[in-house]
Write a protein that binds this ligand. Structure first.
Ligand code: GLN
Length: 321
């Protein structure tokens, strides 16, 4: 469960209120930040490191400060451009703490791979571990000569559109079909594809997994998905930021967490070309069950599990026979 925002390498500020900018003097902002950090020591429930990181992420997102600025407090008084006033910043930060609202929801943005994405309560905040799915897709395509000729990829349960955008960038000749059951999510994914200049390369479909791809059977080089995989009874034990504020449609995988994975494993071979690859994200501890589902289906070969950067078995990969 990784919800902490990463400090982006290249900070591209996005406006919360496009028509307004506020100028705040650096000592006032630094004093505010020092006080906010000091106040964190009162909060026992969560790791201080995480919240301090979130505080800085929020500051970077709403101001023209860089991460270097945050490390070296300015020696001279400067005016810092902000998208909100200091009062509003204080209000946002209090909301973060009191209501467990993810900072990404306060700014409406998240960073994932090279993208600066719009997010809301209607989409899962894209997680860093999911970034690896794109590298696995690239590697799978490189390892299979049969995939080189096909340019169709699918992202099932696209949410913010992150995986579809990653695929479209990794395979510039490809057409990506991005599917979601939530119309609100599709609107956000579409808007992200426009902002990233990739809308010509992505088709959006409303529907359940592959059903809206009818007519494209047997044509996909790859099907990639980060489906809901949390067992229903585990949901309330997740961080309140996740349980209270992220869409359960994107998280709840039924009694054993595998409902969506079972459906995708069953249907994907109809849509993959021979040699096409299926790549799925899953939860820690589901690898044996997912491997068993893939082999029982009978139309997959070279079934493999890949770990995420924390060493947790996180992705299943299989080629269509
Ligand atoms: N990885 C997400 C989390 O940790 C879960 C996403 C999912 O169910 N696909 O909350």
């Amino acid at each position: 469960m990784v919800l902490n925002p990463r400090i982006p390498v290249q900070h591209q500020p996005q406006r919360l209120t496009p028509s307004n900018t506020f100028k705040v003097s650096s000592p006032a902002l630094w004093q505010w930040r020092q006080q906010a950090i000091a106040d964190l020591s009162q909060i026992q429930a969560r790791s201080l490191v995480d919240l301090k990181q979130e505080l800085d992420w929020l500051l970077l997102e709403i101001s023209d400060l860089t991460s270097l600025d945050l490390k070296l407090a300015p020696a001279e008084t400067q005016l810092i451009q902000m998208q909100v006033s200091l009062e509003k910043l204080q209000q946002l930060w209090q909301q973060r703490l009191a209501e467990n609202i993810p900072v990404q929801h306060l700014t409406g943005t998240a960073h994932w791979r090279q993208f600066h994405l719009q997010v809301s309560k209607d989409v899962l905040i894209p997680r860093p571990e999911t970034e690896l799915l794109i590298d696995l897709a690239v590697e799978a395509a490189r390892n299979s000569a049969r995939l080189a000729n096909t340019n169709l990829w699918a992202d099932l349960g696209t949410g913010s559109g992150a995986i579809a955008l990653g695929l479209a960038t990794a395979f510039p000749q490809a057409m990506v079909h991005a599917v979601d059951w939530s119309e609100e999510a599709l609107a956000i994914a579409q808007s992200n594809s426009q902002t990233c200049g990739l809308d010509q390369q992505i088709h959006f479909h409303w529907g359940q997994w592959c059903e809206s791809l009818a007519g494209l059977e047997g044509q996909f080089a790859g099907i990639v998905s980060n489906p809901p995989y949390i067992p229903t009874e585990v949901l309330p034990t997740l961080q309140p930021e996740v349980f209270k504020h992220e869409p359960h449609l994107a998280l709840d995988g039924g009694v054993d967490g595998l409902d969506a994975i079972r459906e995708i494993v069953a249907i994907a071979p109809q849509y993959l070309q021979a040699g096409g690859v299926l790549l799925l994200e899953m939860m820690c501890g589901q690898d044996d069950a997912v491997k068993a589902l893939l082999s029982a289906q009978g139309q997959y070969e070279q079934i493999q599990i890949h770990a995420d950067l924390a060493g947790i078995p996180r992705f299943a990969q299989a080629y269509r026979i």
